[in-house]
Design a binder for this molecule. Sequence first.
Ligand SMILES: C[S@@+](CC[C@H](N)C(=O)[O-])C[C@H]1O[C@@H](n2cnc3c(N)ncnc32)[C@H](O)[C@@H]1O
Length: 215
Amino acid sequence: MTTTDTIEGIGHDTGLVGQFRRPHGMLGALAGWIMAHRASNIGRNRWTVELLSLAPGAHVLEIGCGPGVGLGAVLASVPDCRVTGLDHSELMIRQAARRHAAALTADRLELWQGTLESLPHGAAFDAVFSCNVLQFVTERQALLAEVKTRLKPGGTFATTYQPRGQCASAEEGRAWIGQFAEDLCMAGFGEVEVREKPFGAMPAFCALAMALGTR
Ligand SMILES: C[S@@+](CC[C@H](N)C(=O)[O-])C[C@H]1O[C@@H](n2cnc3c(N)ncnc32)[C@H](O)[C@@H]1O
């Protein structure tokens, strides 16, 4: 376990730890740098994007894009894609904009500061995903209902969770993703499945689901 792993997952909303929920100021900038450079973070973002099996030309939304690692994974692997990155942190939107300036200029990327409810698009997306974000959201059913309104019928949703920090355990991760999968079923998603992938000492867990034809 690295120092940054220990710092991120202690669970208090103070200091650097709390920054991963909504980065701001100098500590937030450091949190953004850590997320952009840590191998496990890059790996779990790439894995999540692979699991979406995106077709060329796909229109994709990332919830809680942070400094833009997942956005980069989509832009680099899906020809002719269009990507929207959403984050409630103004600092993270700025970091993502710097990281992907060329994609913004080429109109392949759009960045939106705010929550999902504030995003103007209707059912525009072929896929929606998030990595280590939804553990921060308490109103789970409200969020999932909102995700459904953003997906085209047959569109795919993926959320990945990798427990972090001193108290993290694979068992806790499995329990969290299992509950999330149940919540997806309750929210009316179809073809719900859970994947697990080892990343060093701690696996990552991804729940995948499909938006059904009617809302
Ligand atoms: C731990 S970071 C993960 C960032 C990125 N997904 C990654 O893997 O590098 C969580 C991010 O989600 C954002 N976030 C948390 N809750 C959010 C919400 N309700 N709406 C929008 N963004 C949110 C935070 O601002 C932060 O940038």
